[in-house]
Design a protein around this ligand. Sequence first.
Ligand SMILES: [Zn+2]
Length: 297
Amino acid sequence: MKNPMDRQLEKQLSDRAVAIGREGNVAAFDELLVLLKSSSANARRLAASALGKLAWMGVDQAAAVAALGPVARSDPHAQTRQYAIRALKAYGAAAKDCLPDFRDMAVNPYEKYYIRRDAAAAVAFIEEALRVAAAAAQYRCQRCNSVLTAEEFARSQQAFQRPYCDRCFDEVFLSRRNFETQVELNKTIEARDGTVVQSAGERTIADWLTARGIAYRYDAKYRIIGEFQIRPDFYLPELDVYIEYWGLNTPQYKMSMYKKQVLYQQEGKRLISVYPADLPRLDTLLRTKLQLFGYHC
Ligand SMILES: [Zn+2]
């Protein structure tokens, strides 16, 4: 039996792990590595989850992977293992040494179903990240000939199927995007108020805003967030709220999505993420989220 002091300490450690992840507190990275070795299974589980959230925020990826690996393999608590697997997945190519273990877990009938499922998902994601990294190694920026990082390659491929470094990407993105993605993909859909959007999901969001008289700018211009230029799907100037519709589900898209979401979070921007599965309950979702930001509709 645990005495009350143990419970209180356990709660403190767990709350601390959650807070570090939620705040994207990169400075507390080492603290998470310590929490990952806590005697509390719940604190270990939440520390693993938080490490996953920091994966794209410039932390020591090798150190995180080295710490999470043994937890994913052999923590006595199955759910802690599951969270470690999910966290390692977020590290993408950096977690490549975990692939053999994850492949085994995915087909091991003695594993819990959620371990098999999440191990299989991690294998797919890490393999795709490795493919992207390998492809990037062969590419130079089409404009300035600099060697591309995997992330630069993924980002520019995602946007317009051309290899560009981040600097060239930002310089050409604005003019390219209209011609090469919107027009070529022929995905132009008109919302009720005449705004031309790129998907049925975006149209649903635009129509929802129009119906409630909420002013929005769709894909209008770059906004500088941190040191990056970002083009939000929707920006609500009266509420200072961003809405992004994450409409695709490919690993490459998801990687750039995580990166963008972290950026919003780091800069303290008010972001509402909408996924395709949210569309049937869009009204509830947007009303609830906007209420959190003090807007009632
Ligand atoms: Zn370049």
